[in-house]
Design a protein around this ligand. Sequence first.
Ligand SMILES: C[S@@+](CC[C@H](N)C(=O)[O-])C[C@H]1O[C@@H](n2cnc3c(N)ncnc32)[C@H](O)[C@@H]1O
Length: 216
Amino acid sequence: MLHHHSHTRPAQTEGRLIRWAPFYDTLTNILTLGHADRLRRMTIDLALLKPGESLLDVGCGTGGVTIPAKERLGPSGKAVGVDPAPEMIDVARQKAQHKGTDVDFRIGVIENLPFPDASFDVVTASLMIHHLPVHLQVKGLAEIYRVLRPGGRLLIVDMLSPNASHGRQMLTFLAMHRRLESGLEAYQTLLKDAGFQDVTQSDQHFFVIGFLRATK
Ligand SMILES: C[S@@+](CC[C@H](N)C(=O)[O-])C[C@H]1O[C@@H](n2cnc3c(N)ncnc32)[C@H](O)[C@@H]1O
């Protein structure tokens, strides 16, 4: 059986949940050809995390970004991860506990973030925006804008647009994401519409995964 559903109910959302959490890290490692750690390091580097800052990781899944991010932020920093799937939150909490990393993992959704205005220095959204219908992408980015402090930054990590020049690597990811119509490039407009400034796509990429950074 593939689904080991948690006893806790998932948060209501039109986003696509992942509930096969115990297998998620293994699959990520296969899809990244064993380089998941490198993807995570790039993500944390490009989020420009500094010790003592506060981070929100939306759609945190099993905490692949949240946990190493908290290690970078240090004891004076704060990291919070939010995901609607209780199974993901369970795995993330177990991993953090095992590593002795203090991360606040909560069930929640990007379209209704349970935090006051201007409460974070940094928000990361890794491999999750493509799980949302466009209207939730719009609502979610507005919520991220709200919870960021002025001058705070957002890093989106996601698949680049399907493009023949990406060749065979793209095929592996597209096999997993048959409905992927747009990609990272399309989010630039959404970010600007949400009021973000300095919207910049990084020159760096990891296979077909790219990085988009913006400032409030
Ligand atoms: C491919 S996983 C990415 C997990 C993690 N960020 C990473 O980089 O490994 C996408 C995640 O988005 C979550 N998700 C789906 N709808 C969401 C929503 N409305 N708000 C927040 N997260 C959502 C899913 O449950 C899933 O854990």
